[in-house]
Design a protein around this ligand. Structure first.
Ligand SMILES: Nc1nc2c(ncn2[C@@H]2O[C@H](COP(=O)(O)OP(=O)(O)OP(=O)(O)O)[C@@H](O)[C@H]2O)c(=O)[nH]1
Ligand SMILES: [Mg+2]
Ligand SMILES: [Zn+2]
Ligand SMILES: [Zn+2]
Length: 480
């Protein structure tokens, strides 16, 4: 383990040294007493060498016998007792250490298992990487602890070099410490105790991504508590780069949000969590300038596409050439801001990027969910193609079909009718789980009136529901 700016715990370091020193001291004292006796024998011998007095010789003999006896008893009995006591000492320390190691293993395992089972992951909106454990900064001295886990530095807590005690697990509050991205060092909220679900929004320039994302989040915020029973919290800091509040305010006044110029994913980050849940769901909706879908090199810089948990593709119906021609017969297309980028090209570059990032062959499916959202459905003609009545009619004709399945049918029929069969085939062959949706983010073109979104929340809720094992909107879907 990389050196941490913390003191090694007594039981993982000094404890063994202390044991060794104690035993070595006992034996060295024993040896010293043997040497002392030997020195005394030599002194006694020197004292009596010139003394031929029989009494002195006798006294010397008695002293010699006594000292030899002391030496013999020291190297036998005392040494044996010291050895036995040392062994007892070793056994006691070993027992204590076994207990401590077992406790350490248990805490380490629990912390690791909770992380794995609850799928705890953080994502960095700056470098787009995902990781299980962020780096943590000591709140007192700012030193960075790169592996704040139970370790030789401490089981439940460790002591930073500055003396501050830091929790080392999620059970005792590690997530309350300031967390930073291990790769780019950006600061992160939530302390790493969350499940991150990231959803890039796909679609060419002017497809309607930004209008959709902002209106959908506005809608989800409105219905989160009352209809869904979940807590919604948009992150109003640098981490959430998307200007949700500003965009919603602009749109409330009947104006449109600015064109997205970023070629890097813009994170709209929010928490969406069951009441009183310990682990929060952190959802990232990632908007981007639609031009990115014309540049493989720009796409490949956005590793967020590979790290995603689901994809949300926004389609402007007028992008579909055959439909646009039909539309033009009775309507003026110039009133609409049509997205010029063909949907099959957008899909193609997405698939190539994900294949490349996830090491998938062309034949291998992308297992992440895909929501395909027809937006701008306030435009004329579209209601007759994929509107609610069409969906209801399909559902009525097929009594085993759910409304969601019926909507898929309606949208696929629409795509096939207007020359996009190839798009349907690619979607089917490359994605396991696909759901079509229809919505309008604005309700009408700019006319000075307030925009009215319709059905914008469902695609995002569907992706979250599919991805999260703890989120279930059964009651909500039953009403749709
Ligand atoms: N009628 C109608 N027009 C819409 C709707 N949503 C978007 N638009 C129009 O489409 C234009 C583009 O929408 P944006 O949301 O900015 O599109 P984008 O996909 O974010 O485009 P880039 O930022 O260029 O990638 C808007 O300026 C509106 O004119 C809608 O629901 N109804
Ligand atoms: Mg945009
Ligand atoms: Zn410190
Ligand atoms: Zn980062």
């Amino acid at each position: 383990m990389e050196r941490q700016p913390a003191r090694v715990n007594y039981f993982f370091g000094s404890c063994y040294r202390d044991l060794g020193n104690t035993i070595a001291n006992a034996f060295s004292r024993l040896w010293e007493s043997v040497v002392d006796q030997w020195d005394l024998i030599k002194d006694n011998f020197n004292d009596m060498r010139d003394d031929k007095n029989i009494g002195s010789i006798l006294l010397f003999a008695i002293k010699l016998a006594y000292r030899v006896a002391v030496i013999i008893s020291t190297v036998t009995v005392t040494a044996a007792v010291t050895l036995v006591l040392s062994l007892v000492h070793i056994i006691i320390v070993a027992l204590i250490m076994t207990g401590i190691y077992l406790f350490f293993s248990l805490i380490w395992l629990l912390d690791t298992l909770v992380s794995r089972i609850r799928k705890i992951r953080s994502a960095c909106p700056v470098c787009q990487r995902k990781f299980a454990l962020p780096h943590y900064q000591c709140p007192s001295c700012g030193e960075v602890h790169t592996k704040l886990k139970p370790s030789k530095y401490g089981i439940l807590k460790r002591e930073c070099d500055c003396g501050t005690k830091l929790a080392t697990t999620f059970f005792n509050g590690r997530q309350k410490l300031p967390a930073i991205c291990p790769y780019c060092k950006s600061s992160l909220s939530g302390g790493g105790f969350q499940v991150n679900i990231s959803i890039p929004v796909i679609g060419g320039p002017s497809a309607g991504k930004t209008c959709f994302v902002n209106m959908a989040l506005g809608e989800i915020e409105k219905i989160a508590e009352s209809e869904l029973g979940y807590e919604f919290e948009y992150l109003e800091n640098a981490e959430a780069q998307g200007n949700l509040r500003e965009n919603l305010e602009t749109m409330e006044q009947g104006y449109l949000p600015q064109k997205t110029t970023d070629m890097a994913l813009v994170y709209y980050r929010f928490y969406f969590t069951e009441k009183k849940a310990k682990v929060r769901n952190q959802i990232d909706l990632c908007d981007v300038g639609g031009e990115v879908y014309s540049s493989s090199s720009e796409m490949n810089k956005q590793i967020g596409y590979g790290n995603a948990n689901g994809y949300l593709m926004v389609i402007d119906p007028l992008t579909i050439e055959d439909f646009r021609r039909e539309f033009e017969k009775t309507n003026s297309v110039s009133e609409y801001k049509v997205s010029p980028k063909p949907i099959s090209e957008v899909l193609d570059i997405l698939i190539k990027t994900v294949n490349n990032m996830c090491g998938l062959s062309d034949a291998k499916k992308i297992t992440k969910n895909l929501a395909i959202v027809f937006t701008k459905c306030d435009m004329p003609l579209i209601e007759d193609e994929i509107g609610e009545e069409v969906v209801n009619e399909i559902a009525r004709r097929n009594d085993k079909m759910t409304r969601m399945e019926a909507r898929n049918h309606a949208c696929e029929d629409f795509l096939a009718k207007y020359g996009e069969s190839e798009f349907i085939n690619i979607v089917k062959s490359k994605f396991n789980n696909v759901q079509y949706f229809t919505c309008t983010a604005l309700g009408h073109n700019v006319n000075g009136q307030q925009f009215v979104a319709k059905d914008v929340a469902q695609p995002i809720l569907w992706l979250i529901d599919k991805q999260s094992p703890t989120i279930d909107f059964k009651k909500y879907w039953a009403k749709q």
